[in-house]
Design a protein around this ligand. Structure first.
Ligand code: SF4
Ligand code: SF4
Length: 369
């Protein structure tokens, strides 16, 4: 039975929790004289209290323990969401540079082409340290995601692909379900050996960037990322079986998603009133939409002119050049837009609004937007 450990950070020191996880998974024996990659979520230049990126306290405790266990090499690194972000600057703002205690590396610098077992793509460039690592510790955030409903262990491994290429991958798939398949393909390039999820400050609502931070005070660990994500979904009040990423991973025998078959060490509690992106029937139809009705399944992001600072990051990141300036503000071209929501994910000011499917239909039919 796969085990998932849920630890409470309110009554326990983070360093003690990490000690226990290292002991439980016998990390010392596994990593001595080995090359270890610690893969946090460093999506963009956001301070820890925003709940977007991995908490530096967790990274600090992991690095400290890896040093004690005498790893040959420790690398802490991630590819942010955009090539327009300076990795060192992001690491500094997120607190991960200091927390890494000399181990932070810009993993986008060296890439290597690898074969991918996927119907969408044969080969992909990924960061070389990922492939060279003997042991990978994935350190995702407990967050919702506007496109894939959750972002956790599986989605965090999307970050093995350097910046701009990630957005481009959205153009290879025609629906959210297909994109979820591609994400699992990428997860399978290099399945992490251990996952330690930062659920100290999570994110609810429309994540992964502009949702609301939610204090959870937990660290969740497992050597199986699928079961870990299933526990996270359950805590969010979602059924793991309803999440496309988890359905696909289960079909491929990558892990258990039936919560009754997962051995949970700790207290599994559903967080009261946790806000999740709409995953109702209409959303499900939209997510599965095949190309000939895809136009109807699209949702056009809108820009809140009161919040927009005209930084143009949404224009830079759009993989199909659908976002352009119109009367000094960015506006998405409905015909070109593929509803990947990269613009929303990368807007640092929360100025991009994703209307519900029904609201978008109203905007389209009644307001002509
Ligand atoms: S919508 Fe956001 S990302 Fe786009 S220009 Fe405005 S502030 Fe920048
Ligand atoms: S406008 Fe936004 S949602 Fe539409 S394709 Fe571009 S980045 Fe994706």
């Amino acid at each position: 039975m796969v085990q998932v450990i849920i630890s409470d950070t309110l009554n326990n020191e983070i360093s003690k929790i990490i000690d226990k996880i290292f002991e439980r998974y016998e990390i010392e024996n596994r990593i001595r004289d080995k090359r270890v990659l610690v893969k946090p979520n460093i999506l963009g230049p956001f301070p820890p209290e925003r709940g977007v990126t991995t908490d530096p306290k967790l990274i600090s405790a992991i690095v400290k323990n890896l040093k004690i266990c005498k790893a040959k090499e420790i690398i802490v690194g991630d590819n942010s969401g955009s090539i327009h972000f300076d990795p060192l600057k992001i690491a500094k703002v997120t607190g991960i540079l200091d927390a890494s205690d000399g181990c932070f590396t810009n993993i986008a610098k060296e890439v290597i082409e690898v074969k991918v077992n996927s119907k969408y793509i044969d080969k992909l460039f990924v960061s070389k340290p990922v492939i060279e690592a003997d042991y990978i510790i994935n350190v995702p955030k407990f967050k919702t995601h506007s496109l894939t409903t959750i972002t956790g262990a599986i989605k965090n491994m999307f970050g093995i692909i350097p910046g701009g290429k990630k957005a481009q991958l959205h153009t290879l798939t025609r629906s959210v379900n297909e994109f979820a398949e591609l994400l699992v393909d990428i997860y399978q390039i290099r399945i992490p050996d251990l996952n330690i999820m930062d659920a100290i400050i999570g994110m609810e609502g429309v994540g992964p960037t502009n949702g609301e931070p939610r204090i959870i005070n937990k660290i969740i660990a497992s050597d199986n990322g699928i079961s870990l994500d299933s526990v996270m979904a359950t805590m969010m009040g979602l059924k793991p079986e309803s999440i496309e990423l988890l359905q696909i991973a289960k079909k491929r025998n990558l892990g258990e998603i039936d919560i009754s078959k997962i051995d949970i060490d700790g207290k599994l509690e559903i967080i009261s009133g946790y806000k999740t992106p709409n995953n109702g029937l209409l959303q499900k139809i939209r997510k599965a939409a095949v190309p000939y009705i895809f136009n109807f399944a699209k949702i056009k992001p809108l820009v809140d002119h009161n919040k927009c600072k005209r930084c143009e990051r949404c224009i830079e990141v759009c993989p199909v050049s659908a976002m352009n300036l119109k009367n000094s503000f960015p506006e998405a071209d409905r015909k070109k837009c593929i509803s990947c929501f990269c613009c929303e994910e990368h807007c640092p000011y929360g100025a991009i609004i994703l209307p519900s499917w029904q609201r978008d239909l109203y905007n389209r039919l009644i307001r002509g937007k």
